[in-house]
Design a protein around this ligand. Structure first.
Ligand SMILES: Cc1cc2nc3c(=O)[nH]c(=O)nc-3n(C[C@H](O)[C@H](O)[C@H](O)COP(=O)(O)OP(=O)(O)OC[C@H]3O[C@@H](n4cnc5c(N)ncnc54)[C@H](O)[C@@H]3O)c2cc1C
Length: 509
């Protein structure tokens, strides 16, 4: 892993290159002939953004920053989507999104706009539970790569080189990564690792990591689009000896993990709040129509209290998961785009947060686990306690337990009855932590995601991303799609997709 790219942060740079013009102090809108719409009968706005996850709030913030008259419509009572957090006795915890790479470009500017400062997760950050023991540093590398040091180094170099090439191609431009890189879109990551003769324990480890990060197994992921994460998960050949408690190798800032003390869900929540009354929360959009004569969309939604509402908009950004976008806009979309949306498949996922008077685990912030129902355990109060100045001995425990399926179509966890789910998790948890923790646990929060991750399967570029580059709607209706499925299945991907949609809207205005 070389410096210069960051874990889960590579798209920040794409975003910076794409739209340095957005959020600039000099508003291009000033030179544009504008027609500020007044409510007459049905209220009107210039742009309606449907969906208040990262993509929706980013699109709304970017367009509002360009002086567009924007209304954001979000179904839930709080903005954030899959980044929405939970709270227990004043302590926040992630139910979905837990970390990002070093924020850059537009994502960085969104943090500034929200007056939030992302923090680097302090050590000890990561460790591995495998073969019945907790492994760090060189011990983990030896477990994953086996063999003598020279052979290990050569194997790693081969993997580093090929995965690094692909990662950089996606980093440059996820939509047009170049012809040579695109050949690997049709290959699964499992096939590529096989060709590169990756050792079996490393393959098993990467399978767990990919299920943890994307909800899908190695065989189900495009080698091209899984490469950036797989590349950063590769161990270092020259790790220092890693007895538990030994200092970690200092990370390059680009390799570090970043989060917010109040969880990353605070960013979309604040960006939504900045819109004031322009953000309509608890507003589920049910219907979208295009009046070609008036060149206006009719947007119909239902408020949480059951009231029906309507709005006219000159342009619409749909920042909802692909099946919702398809259901709302099927009649308006060109067939290629409708087909691409129909081909997006989602993996389900469950997260469980366990509450205890004291932390159940302090060995790492993120403990990756092999051969357990969960792939990762997160210490959810460590960063927050530091930010608040709460001494280590006094902080409560919230343990995030991340449970993907064995493969992307495995719905067994998301459908499992709660008692059985907890019993299965406790059995594995006690094996990992080496003690009977169920008696320390005073409560829990189970979050079930039916549409957790769009699966970037082999051929995703040809099947989905390519067709989505075309204008979305028939008859030139100004309809734009945003969301992680349209770029990359992370926070950065959602933001980059929003920026692209905002840029296209602005160009066509
Ligand atoms: C368990 C889990 C952990 C994750 N961890 C990470 C991580 O650590 N780092 C990372 O970078 N990424 C992570 N991700 C991925 C990340 O959450 C997504 O890539 C990103 O949040 C997607 O944002 P989005 O705006 O595209 O979609 P969403 O967040 O799904 O937003 C869509 C919004 O649309 C709203 N909506 C739906 N239908 C309607 C309607 N009819 N009317 C109005 N509103 C509607 C929804 O309520 C939602 O708020 C994780 C995902 C999951 C599930």
């Amino acid at each position: 892993m070389e410096g210069g790219m960051s874990r889960r942060g590579f798209l920040g740079r794409v975003a910076a290159a794409l739209g340095a013009w957005l959020l600039e102090p000099v508003r291009r809108a000033l030179g544009r002939e504008r027609e500020r719409l007044r409510p007459e009968g049905e209220p009107e706005c210039e742009v309606a953004v449907v969906g208040g996850g990262f993509a929706g709030v980013a699109a709304a913030a970017l367009l509002a920053g360009e002086d567009y008259d924007v209304v954001l419509l979000e179904k839930e009572a709080v903005a954030g989507g899959r980044a929405r957090a939970g709270v227990r006795d004043g302590w926040q915890y992630a139910r979905g999104v837990s970390y990002i790479g070093r924020p850059e470009g537009t994502l960085r500017r969104l943090f500034q706009l929200a007056k939030l400062e992302p923090v680097r997760v302090p050590p000890p950050v990561g460790a591995l539970f495998a073969g019945g023991q907790l492994l760090r540093g060189r011990a983990a590398v030896e477990y994953l790569l086996g063999g003598e040091p020279g052979a290990r180094r050569r194997r790693l170099e081969r993997l580093d080189e090929r995965l690094g090439q692909l990662a950089r191609a996606v980093e440059r431009d996820p939509w047009q990564p170049g012809r040579r890189a695109l050949r690997h879109d049709r290959t699964s990551l499992a096939e590529l690792l096989g060709r590169l003769e990756a050792p079996a324990p490393l393959v098993r480890y990467l399978d767990g990591q990919m299920r943890g990060i994307f909800g899908a197994s190695l065989a189900e992921l495009s080698a091209l689009y899984a490469a950036p994460e797989a590349y950063f998960e590769l161990p270092e050949a020259d790790e220092p000896p890693g007895d538990p408690g030994a200092a970690e190798r200092p990370e390059h800032p680009d390799d570090a993990l970043y989060t917010l003390p109040e969880t990353l869900g605070e960013l979309p929540r604040r960006l939504g709040a900045r819109l004031g009354e322009r953000a309509r929360l608890g507003a589920e959009v049910r219907e979208l129509r295009w009046d070609a004569e008036a060149r206006r969309f009719g947007v119909h939604w239902v408020e949480s209290g059951g009231e029906q509402r309507r709005l006219r908009a000159r342009a619409v950004v749909l920042a909802v998961p692909a099946p919702v976008a398809l259901a709302l806009a099927r009649e308006l979309l060109v067939p290629e785009v409708a087909g691409a949306l129909a081909r997006v498949r989602y993996a389900p996922y469950v997260t469980v947060n366990l509450f205890s008077p004291r932390p159940l685990m302090t060995a790492a912030w993120d403990l990756s686990c092999l051969d357990t129902a969960f792939t990762d355990l997160y210490d959810a109060t460590r960063v927050q306690a530091r930010a608040r100045g709460v001494p280590e001995a006094e902080r409560p425990g919230i343990l995030g337990v991340y449970v993907p399926g064995a493969h992307a179509a495995d719905r067994s966890w998301v459908e499992m009855e709660e008692g059985r789910l907890l019993a299965r998790l406790f059995a594995d948890l006690e094996r990992v932590l080496g003690r009977q923790v169920r008696h320390e646990v005073e409560g829990w929060d189970v979050a079930r995601f039916g549409l957790a991750f769009p699966v970037f399967y082999p051929g995703y570029h040809a099947e989905v991303l390519g067709p989505l580059a075309a204008p979305a709607a028939r008859a030139g209706a100004p309809l734009y799609l945003a969301g992680d499925y349209a770029c990359y299945p992370t926070v950065e991907g959602a933001v980059a997709s929003a920026e692209r949609a905002a840029e296209a809207l602005d160009e066509a205005w």
